[in-house]
Design a protein around this ligand. Sequence first.
Ligand code: FAD
Ligand code: UDP
Length: 397
Amino acid sequence: MLDLGRHAWDKPEPFRLGQQQEITLNILLVGAGLSGAVIGRKLAEAGHTITIVDSRDHIGGNCHTERDADTGVMVHVYGPHIFHTDDEEVWNYVNSFTKFMPYKNRVKTTAQGAVYSLPINLHTINQFYGKTLRPNEARAFIEEQADKSITDPQTFEEQALRFVGHGLYAAFFEGYTIKQWGVTPDQLPASILKRLPVRFNYDDNYFFHKFQGMPVEGYTPMIAAILDHPSITVKLGTTFTAADAEGYDHVFYSGPLDSYFDFELGRLGYRTLDFEKFTEDGDYQGCAVMNYGDKDVPFTRITEHKHFAPWETHEGTVCYREFSRAAEPDDIPYYPIRMTDEKALLADYITLAEKTPAVTFVGRLGTYRYLDMDVTIREAMDTADLFLKSETDGTAM
Ligand code: FAD
Ligand code: UDP
């Protein structure tokens, strides 16, 4: 969120908790993804009238799931989504709208002619180096491989070389990262790699979070349940432009920040994804996500969607080959690039956003940050609470 606490509507008497007079605000939310749904629900429950628009013909934003018409497989339309969090309140929140099944993300990678387990764990290390090391031996061995001349890693490449050494870096990270980001890892911040652990045991769970799961019928029914409130109206196939804010007391905007300002300062860089869908009989790769580390394989990974719902049985299977490239103006923005140039431009857009008090910029696109679903929900809840508090405190203007 970029802007909170000051709003442009003009009310003679600010609403305060406990007063007889209740003011129903007319609020517009742009985007029917998790950000819009969670904020909309909280504000609707507080008595406000909510309109949510989305340019797509479905709710759910990038978390949207739907069943493939031919096979019945539940497909993660905008790429694989696994729910994982340490935030118990967020976990209870999502579970109050849908049933979650236990699900652990166990990713494999094909590199240099073999299949390995990710994130790098004891199995990966032993298999890659043809050894039978125990945890402490592996730790010492990997420390021998590490480039100890790097004392304060700044780039992705330095971080990888310092912590796993050249062999594992070249096999698992270098090629994949070039394909994913379109630049060499020495131009990327170390923080991207810090998302991935290295484990000296056989734990191959991709995430460390306490709560992990998959909504039994996919994410879209969960988001539909969040939106199911008499004070919420959703208009699909409706693209918002800044002029549409007219007549609303406040706008929460989860579309791209630069797009709101009609790109007047320039375009923030994004990577987009192309999914090449194919269907087969039976089981294609035996797991949900197979990464491809080699540079000469043009895609980054293959997702086989039915493995996200192992409690279901399907004869056929649906797979997505995933290709990453720089987003052109009409492409779906997926990953904010946040290189140095973008950071400077972002700072300028934040300044513009701060001068637009009638709009609160939220979510992954509105704040131009990589946000997992749980963080998106947490921020949406906090944004709504802060907004309601500013109302009751009379701090809104
Ligand atoms: P979005 O879902 O992007 O929703 C924004 C909505 O706004 C869209 O529906 C868009 O159509 C609409 N919109 C934009 N502009 C306009 C406009 N002008 N007018 C009308 N509508 C507009 N998170 C996890 O926790 N686990 C994962 O495994 C995971 N995997 C991911 C994989 C990929 C490939 C990607 C890209 C993301 C992944 N995420 C994952 C992150 C997750 O997708 C986000 O946390 C979540 O979608 C953010 O929700 P949002 O509502 O902020 O944005
Ligand atoms: N990464 C890699 N090889 C892999 C998987 C990930 O080099 O097999 C790098 C890549 O740069 C990616 C980053 O690690 O952007 C973070 O990985 P994660 O799986 O968290 O990617 P995301 O969920 O963002 O697609």
